[in-house]
Write a protein that binds this ligand. Structure first.
Ligand code: NG1
Ligand code: MG
Length: 387
């Protein structure tokens, strides 16, 4: 893909002299869902595919953005960066540039071509990937000297404040900090993190996309966030906690009477038990107990289905079909839910059988086919040296 991006850059912008190439992966969350904005634990990893950005600085203030994935070219002045819904995907790079400027970094115009193979709207963080590839490119080319974790936070800010998506830190963190063969164990309120080896010998990560459009997803996502906030405010009457991620299961049991609404109690129960599952899952990996890891994935899915109520029949069907197969270690929805993808850990020699069987089962029950992506654990955002 790298070669194609450079050739296309040349076609679009006249020459490829002085061009540099950057890459940023997508991410998948292995366990720890709807915990990031609650300050809890997540355990994502970077995919081994993502977004490329070929870029060359200009002497004037023009920013020219094009993409091979979208039939839309955007040209803006570096000093006039505002959100424009007609600019679609280009708002992600624009948002990163704006946030950098607001932080006092001096930027210049450039021309760039983006090309990626992360399906968008699937919950694999194509947006964080575009943000990080842009941020890393500017940081490297203009020698801004921004530490990677800081850059991750600025990219989250771009998504929150410029694009207007109130996401937690997980996506940008996984995409920016990813490391091949490691998953990232991250505590979202303190940003303490550890790399945990995730080189599942003989297994592959298979991501199955329900291909269900997530039309209502944004509003329901925000509804879950508000429910967690509401529940927290009740708990705070007796408990000194800043977020649900700080609540232990014992405290939850002792103080849940403070929450006057059964639905809210279920939401909190998911967050609290999910946090414990992440801890257990990391422990299981350290002990090489991948069976246990798989079992925790399934428990996570069940909790998201029954307590957090963010799965739906498409995601439940994919997981159900996957778990019928005895070479599948674990399977669960990943991302916000409602549609989007599941993640399954599958014995390598059965990956093809998995794809065929789950596709068939899903199609019979849902009426159309899912999409499948097989991935290993790849690196985070970086420059690709052009030979
Ligand atoms: P997806 O659906 O993968 O975009 C969303 C949030 C994450 C996290 C998960 C739920 C965005 C951009 N990302 O992920 O921060 O909260 O849901 O665990 O909204
Ligand atoms: Mg996104």
């Amino acid at each position: 893909m790298a070669t194609k991006v450079l050739e296309e850059f040349k076609r679009i912008y006249g020459s490829s002299d002085g061009v540099r190439l950057f890459y940023s992966p997508g991410r998948v969350n292995l366990i720890g869902e709807h915990t990031d904005y609650n300050g809890g634990y997540v355990f994502p990893c970077a995919l081994d595919f993502g977004t490329y950005m070929a870029v060359r600085m200009r002497d004037d203030g023009k920013v020219r953005l094009s993409s091979l994935n979208f039939d839309l070219k955007v040209e803006v002045d570096i000093n006039e960066l505002v959100y424009d819904k007609n600019d679609d995907w280009a708002n992600y790079p624009k948002g990163v540039l704006k946030v950098l400027q607001d932080e006092g970094y001096k930027l210049k115009g450039f021309e760039a071509l983006y090309e990626g193979n992360i399906p968008n709207g699937a919950g694999l963080s194509s947006s964080a990937s575009i943000e990080l590839v842009t941020g890393v490119a500017m940081n490297e080319i203009l020698n801004l000297g921004i530490e990677r974790v800081e850059l991750v936070k600025l990219c989250q800010k771009a998504e929150n404040n410029f694009v207007g998506v109130n996401c937690g830190i997980m996506d940008q963190f996984a995409v920016g900090m990813g490391k091949a063969d490691y998953a990232i164990f991250l505590k979202c309120d303190t940003i303490d993190y550890k790399y945990v080896p995730f080189k599942l010998d003989g297994y592959k990560i298979v991501i199955s996309n329900t291909n269900k459009r997530r039309g209502l997803q944004d509003s329901k996502y925000n509804e879950r966030r508000s429910q967690c906030e509401a529940a927290l405010s009740y708990l705070k009457k007796e408990l000194n906690v800043d977020n649900l991620g700080q609540l232990t299961f014992e405290e939850f049991n002792k103080y849940k009477y403070l929450i006057p609404d059964d639905v809210l109690v279920k939401r909190v129960r998911h967050v609290v038990t999910e946090d414990e599952r992440v801890l257990d899952a990391v422990e299981a990996l350290k002990n090489n107990d991948i069976k246990k890891f798989g079992k925790l994935m399934v428990e996570s899915h069940n909790s998201l289905r029954d307590d957090y109520e963010v799965t739906g029949k498409e995601l439940d069907t994919l997981v159900d079909e996957a778990l019928k197969l005895d070479y599948v270690l674990g399977s669960r929805m990943t991302g916000a839910g409602f549609g989007g993808c599941t993640v399954s850990i599958v014995k390598e020699e059965f990956v093809k059988d998995f794809i065929d069987t789950v596709t068939k089962g899903y199609k019979e029950r849902i009426g159309y086919e899912p999409s499948m992506y097989v991935t290993g654990v790849g690196d985070g955002a970086k420059e690709i040296k052009i030979k």
